[in-house]
Design a protein around this ligand. Structure first.
Ligand code: C5P
Length: 305
C-alpha cells in the first residue's frame, strides 16, 4: 500500500512586508500563485520513520526528523494518537522537481504532500480545517501549498483568502547557483529598513484585478517583492539575472519570495521558451524552468495496494 501526492511550487506575485513583530516574524500581504512545477511525495508503511529524496538538489535536503515532510507526519500522528515509531511508521519518498532552497516553497510543498499522503495512508480523515491548522504550525507557506491556485496570505502569510484567476500566466524561472536562507533574507530586510517607518503591508488592488482578469501586461506592471532589495544585497549577481531576463524579452522579472530563484513573466508559451533559452545562454543562472500558473494544490495522484 502506498499513496503519492503531487504538490506545486509557488511564486509570490506580490510580497508586501511590514516591520518585524515582537515574535520576530513579519506581517505580510502575500499574493501566492501556484505554478506547474511539482514535487511528489509517496508515503509507504515501513519499519521506522524514514525520508528519502531524489532529483535535482536532493543532496541538500535533510533526511532526518528536521525535514518538514517528517515533521508533518509527526504532527498528524501526534494529533491522532498514532506512533510513527510503531504502527504508523512510514517511509516518505520525495521526488524533487521544485528548486531546493530557491524561494519557491519546495520544503513547504513536501510538508503539505506528506500530510495529505499520511492522512490517506493512515485513514485519519482529518478535516480540511485541521490539515490547514497543522500546515500553519509547520510554516508560513505550507497552507498555500495545500490549497494551490492563487491566494492572499496575511498574518505571517498563513491566513489565506482564495483569489480568482481569469487566465493562464506563462513563467520562466532562473535557478541560481546557490541558495538563500529565508531567515537571513528577513534579517537583511530589517537591517536595510533600520530607522525607516515601514507601512502596514497591503495587497495591491491593481494586481488583484490583473489576476482576476488574466491580464498579463497588467500583472507585469504590478509585480512587487519587498524582499527583493534584501535578496539582491545578499546575492548581488541576481541583478545581472534580472537584467538578462528583461533583455531577453520578459515582460517583467522579480526575485521569487526570499530568492535566489528569479521569476519572469512572458507574453505566451512561445516567448517563455525563448526567454528561457536566452537566460541560460547569458550565463547568469544555473538552469531555467518554464511553467504555467495557476496550478492545483496538493492532490493524491496514485494509490497502490
Ligand atoms: O514560517 P517559516 O518557517 O517558513 O519562516 C521561516 C523564517 O522566515 C522565520 O523563522 C522568520 O525568520 C522568517 N519569516 C518572517 N516573517 C514571515 C515569514 C517568515 O520573518 N511572515
Amino acid at each position: 500500500m502506498s499513496v503519492t501526492v503531487r504538490v506545486p511550487a509557488k511564486v509570490n506575485v506580490q510580497l508586501a512586508v511590514g516591520g518585524a513583530r515582537p515574535d520576530g516574524f513579519h506581517d505580510l500581504a502575500n499574493v501566492f500563485l501556484a505554478v506547474g512545477l511539482y514535487d511528489e511525495v509517496t508515503a509507504t508503511p515501513a519499519d521506522e520513520l524514514r525520508v528519502t529524496c531524489a532529483g535535482p538538489g536532493a543532496g541538500q535536503v535533510p533526511l532526518d526528523r528536521t525535514n518538514l515532510a517528517a515533521r508533518a507526519a509527526l504532527a498528524l500522528a501526534e494529533r491522532h494518537g498514532l506512533d510513527v515509531d510503531a504502527d504508523a511508521a512510514v517511509h516518505l519518498h520525495i521526488d524533487k522537481d521544485i528548486p531546493v532552497a530557491g524561494g519557491m516553497a519546495g520544503g513547504s510543498a513536501d510538508a503539505a504532500g506528506a500530510l495529505l499522503a499520511c492522512d490517506a495512508l493512515w485513514g485519519t480523515r482529518a478535516s480540511r480545517d485541521e490539515l490547514l491548522e497543522i500546515c500553519a504550525e509547520l510554516g508560513s507557506d505550507v497552507p498555500f501549498s495545500l490549497v494551490g491556485g492563487a491566494a492572499l496570505g496575511t498574518g505571517r502569510g498563513e491566513r489565506l483568502r482564495p483569489l480568482d484567476v481569469g487566465g493562464t500566466f506563462h513563467w520562466v524561472f532562473a535557478v541560481a547557483d546557490g541558495g538563500l536562507s529565508t531567515p537571513a533574507v528577513y534579517r537583511e530586510f530589517d537591517r536595510l529598513g533600520e530607522g525607516i517607518v515601514i507601512p502596514e503591508p497591503a495587497a495591491s488592488e491593481d494586481l488583484l484585478a490583473a489576476l482576476a482578469k488574466g491580464d498579463t501586461d497588467a500583472l507585469a506592471a504590478t509585480l512587487a517583492n519587498d524582499l527583493q532589495p534584501a535578496a539582491l544585497s545578499l546575492f548581488p549577481s541576481l541583478t545581472d539575472t534580472l537584467a538578462a531576463g528583461r533583455a531577453a524579452g520578459a515582460l517583467a522579472g522579480l526575485v521569487s519570495g526570499s530568492g535566489p530563484t528569479t521569476a519572469f513573466l512572458a507574453r505566451d508559451a512561445e516567448s517563455a521558451q525563448a526567454v528561457a533559452a536566452a537566460l541560460l545562454a547569458s550565463g547568469t543562472c544555473r538552469a531555467t524552468r518554464v511553467a504555467d500558473s495557476p496550478a492545483p494544490g496538493a492532490t493524491v495522484i496514485r494509490r497502490t495496494g
